[in-house]
Design a protein around this ligand. Sequence first.
Ligand code: 3HC
Length: 314
Amino acid sequence: MTDDRTYEEKLAEFEARIERGEKIEPGDWMPDEYRRQLIRMISQHAHSEVVGMLPEGAWIPHAPSLRRKMILIAKVQDEGGHGQYLYHAAESLGVDREELIEALLAGKAKYSNVFNYPTLTWADIGMIGWLVDGAAIKNQTMLAHSSYGPYSRAMVRICAEETFHYKQGKEMITLYAKGTPEQRQMAQDALNRWWWPALMMFGPPDSQSIHTETLMRWKIKIKTNDQLRQEFINEIVPEFLALGLEIPDPDLHYDEETGNWVIGEIDWDEFWRVIRGNGPMNRDRLAARREAHEKGKWVREALEAYAQRQAQAA
Ligand code: 3HC
């Protein structure tokens, strides 16, 4: 059946559907820019999950107990699975997963800034769980309301698993903050190093965000970078202060009028430097991903050969 509507009529109906709170599904009409924005965001999200396995994966052999090792193995495996959900969601928009992965391995695709920092002590693993996964949950809970069906549904599943990631990290840091002076210092050092990169995860300030207006118009995002960042700060600052940990921001203060914890200036030069490939660990992360991709080549070839043999036998 041909669709005789003009582009303007199709766009008007598309936007009316979004206003009614309907989910846009893969086979539905959508503006090319809606599709492009989703491919951009979802592929970066998927890359972030897979690269995000590396900082924590490095500590699996050094976990201080079998319990901690099992928890960390489960978490890292979850992140790999999140990457798969998200690559599938990206494929529902008509892109080829291999192309997305090739772009990542070639250093042409972005992934979250936060994974370009080193994990120097075991307390970093707890801080990543509490602070980084906590920030990710804040962002992903919002994305669970996204207008694109496959993305919003992937978020529901991912957020359920992230909650475990957050809780295990919070438990670990709480133990260290109440532990020996050395453990307490380790937790404070980790907060000092992960605080600002975690706040940058929410993206540049709204004034510098080139995509937010389009994403908000079509409800791909329903809150802006600054809104989410402020909500997260308001929730997590009291939790760290309750443990007697210090937030590494001399300008941090509570504004009675707005009810907000007001932070000092974020170093956006650092943010742009890191996401343009010049962070402390960018090269190491890409080298590790390239090596893993090369080592996994035989698995992909075996699966391909099996699929072809099945097709011939059918
Ligand atoms: N890291 C890397 N790049 C970032 C970034 C970040 N934290 N924030 C913004 N950018 C990039 C954008 O991708 C864009 O570049 P591009 O045009 O080349 O794509 C540019 O900076 C401008 O930023 P905008 O604010 O205009 O971009 P967005 O509106 O897309 O906002 C975002 C950025 C908040 C990251 C948004 O894309 C988003 O919500 N993405 C989905 C969630 C996601 O990717 N989370 C990553 C964390 S996953 C994770 O933490 C795993 C967990 O298990 C720990």
